[in-house]
Ligand binder design. Structure first.
Ligand SMILES: Nc1nc2c(ncn2[C@@H]2O[C@H](COP(=O)(O)OP(=O)(O)OP(=O)(O)O)[C@@H](O)[C@H]2O)c(=O)[nH]1
Ligand SMILES: Nc1nc2c(ncn2[C@@H]2O[C@H](COP(=O)(O)OP(=O)(O)OP(=O)(O)O)[C@@H](O)[C@H]2O)c(=O)[nH]1
Ligand SMILES: [Mg+2]
Ligand SMILES: [Mg+2]
Lengths: 302, 278
């Protein structure tokens, strides 16, 4: 069947006078398929389905719920089941916390961007700088990717487009680049340093040590893991390992302007407990939004 | 899997988990598990090890597709157009392919067809140097068609063996960008009859089910002839190519296993499948 998943589950229960636990289980099978197709991690799907089942068996069979104002309302079982799934998914992806940690205005706040190769870090550094400028801050970018051909050029071009200074010094290792970047920021009266780092595998020991060294050197107030929304089951391995090694403060999910369902959003939150801060919605510098669970929940459920 | 365990539902559940976590996709994984369950019912399958063998053979069968020419056969020059979503590894893969060709003594021309992204041309320029290939570039924000036309013309004049055209990353949901890609393909065909002889879709091994949709859309737009699967040196298994092979019959020809110029291998079905089960 083409319309599998959420819609099928809803249709199965719609218009039914009563709902049995068997029907709930059948619907949950559809939901499971839908979530796996949405790239939610295998174990996370298991957990989610178990949670929904618990709630649904208890509540859906009654088909009378207490609404937000405390009144008892009759609802169709299908609609109530849908509501439980949606609410549970939103709850798992929340609570919403899109704030960045800032030092007092006369000090330099640090934001370090990390992630797998090609996830969108450099582009997102430009977007964050754009946003911070609008908020009256004065960012300085540190080009600490010393490996990728023309990575420094890329950040310099973006810095120029956005109107912020970019610091780089050839032949200097990333931890020292970060340290010098802070000094440069102070000298120029900038109050935020955003560090662009090279893409790396979470299993690359040497490069993970480099991140630890950068963090030890400048102790950034925010360490953000940039994740491609199209990522599959690897989201959990990657997020867990980055968090374990260098402690992530939050995530940025990029390339949501495509049609990837974005199940990674649920997986990485579930596995690390850290919040999704921002969403990348395109290649230009104004395409960064604050995370909101409701839109993403609907997209993941399908 | 305990190798001599009976093929019961718990073994099948383990198989299902292995397949899913490799991004094989719900439909393909379900049909593979069903196959194992059927064989077990008919007593054609006794042990977990036997099951593993069956599934491995079946996946190998799916991905072991015939490969027509790669990097040669068209023209000369043989023209390769490289496409794919943002950040998949196109530019890096082109550098690696160019190096392979120049090491064989072939003359290679690279077209900097990404005229959009910041420092895209500079990035390919470094790779052209590393690979000892010649680069044809255009102004930033310029028409990519003009750049690839220029490169094709130059290749003919200089009797180059291969032209590889880089294109900007794009999401398959952006219709105007897919139209632009079709236009680049047409331009190549005008410059050299029959070009592009190869359309290489670069797929990131960390991608989930959306990669199948990517393949469908790029195939529909420009006719993909082969896939380069990148970043297989990570923890992701790249299982999505099984669904792509099954549905679209497009072969994986190249595998990227790192960021250095030598980190490119020919796709080996046996190696790929055995890594899935590690
Ligand atoms: N459509 C879309 N493309 C994006 C988005 N964010 C980044 N990109 C594109 O994704 C590609 C990779 O972006 P980069 O910023 O170079 O990624 P990176 O993580 O810095 O890559 P490495 O430094 O090589 O690890 C580029 O083509 C970007 O334009 C987004 O939100 N939407
Ligand atoms: N580990 C690993 N990294 C890779 C591999 N192939 C490419 N990369 C990295 O992935 C990142 C993106 O590579 P690019 O070649 O810029 O990708 P692209 O498709 O040209 O990106 P856009 O042009 O922005 O769409 C870079 O950091 C590369 O070094 C691979 O096989 N393994
Ligand atoms: Mg980068
Ligand atoms: Mg590129």
């Amino acid at each position: 069947t083409v319309t599998k998943g959420f819609r099928a589950a809803k249709n199965r229960l719609a218009g039914k006078a009563e709902i049995t636990p068997e029907m709930v289980d059948e619907s949950l099978r559809d939901i499971r398929v839908s979530l796996l197709e949405a790239d939610v991690a295998f174990d996370v799907v298991k957990k989610f389905v178990a949670r929904v089942r618990e709630k649904a068996i208890g509540e859906v069979v009654q088909t009378t719920i207490t609404d937000k104002s405390g009144r008892k309302v009759k609802v169709s079982p299908g609609d109530h089941f849908v509501k439980i799934c949606h609410d549970e998914l939103e709850a798992l992806m929340g609570p919403v916390d899109t704030r960045l940690a800032f030092k007092p205005k006369n000090q330099v706040t640090g934001i370090m961007m990390v992630g797998l190769q090609g996830s969108g870090k450099t582009t997102t550094v430009g977007k964050l700088a754009t946003k911070l400028l609008k908020e009256g801050r004065r960012p300085l970018l540190v080009a600490a990717d010393i490996y990728r051909p023309a990575a420094v050029d890329q950040l310099k071009v973006l810095g120029q487009r956005v109107g912020v200074p970019v610091f780089h010094e050839p032949g200097v290792a990333p931890p020292d680049l970060a340290k010098k970047g802070y000094a440069q920021a102070r000298a120029q009266g900038c109050d935020v340093v955003i560090i662009d780092t090279a893409g790396r595998l979470a299993i690359d020991e040497e490069l993970m040590q480099e991140l630890e060294a950068i963090k030890k050197e400048v102790q950034p107030d925010n360490t953000l893991l940039v994740v491609d929304a199209m990522i599959g089951q690897d989201s959990v391995r990657t997020a867990a390992e980055f968090d374990r090694r260098i402690s992530i403060d939050g995530f940025i999910l990029t390339k949501l302007d495509g049609d990837a369902r974005g199940g990674a959003a649920l997986s990485i939150k579930e596995v690390t407990g850290k919040p999704i801060k921002f969403l990348g919605m395109g290649e230009s510098m104004d395409r960064l939004e604050e995370f909101r669970p409701d839109g993403l929940a609907g997209r993941i459920l399908g | 899997f305990g190798s001599s365990r009976d093929v019961d539902e718990s073994v099948l559940a383990e198989l299902e988990e292995t397949l899913f976590t490799a991004d094989i996709g719900v439909r393909t994984a379900a049909s593979l598990v069903d196959l194992a369950r059927e064989k077990a019912k008919k007593n054609e399958l006794r042990t977990a090890d036997g099951m593993k063998q069956l599934i491995r053979r079946e996946i190998e069968r799916i991905v072991d597709l015939p490969v027509t020419n790669t990097l040669e056969g068209g023209g000369p020059p043989h023209v390769v157009m490289v496409v794919g979503v943002n950040g998949a590894g196109k530019t890096t893969t082109i550098g690696k392919l160019a190096a392979k060709l120049t090491a064989q003594g072939k003359k290679v021309i690279l077209a900097a067809g990404d005229t959009f992204r910041a420092a895209a041309t500079e990035q390919l320029d470094v790779w052209a140097d590393r690979a000892h290939a010649e680069l044809v570039k255009g102004p930033e924000g310029g028409d990519p068609g003009a750049v690839v036309f220029e490169a094709a013309k130059k290749a003919k004049e200089q009797n180059a063996a291969v032209v590889i055209a880089d294109t900007a990353g794009r999401l398959h949901t952006r219709a105007p960008l897919m139209e632009e890609l079709k236009k680049v393909k047409r331009v190549l065909g005008k410059a050299i009859p029959g070009a592009p002889h190869e359309v290489l879709l670069v797929v990131d091994a960390t991608m989930g089910q959306n990669a199948i949709q990517q393949a469908r859309q790029f195939h529909e737009a420009v006719g993909v002839t082969a896939i380069a699967l990148t970043k297989l040196d990570g923890t992701a298994k790249g299982g999505v190519i099984i669904g792509i092979a099954d549905e679209l019959k497009i072969p994986v020809v190249w595998v990227g296993v790192g960021e250095a110029v030598e980190d490119l291998r020919r796709f080996d079905p046996k190696e790929f499948v055995s890594a899935l089960f590690d």
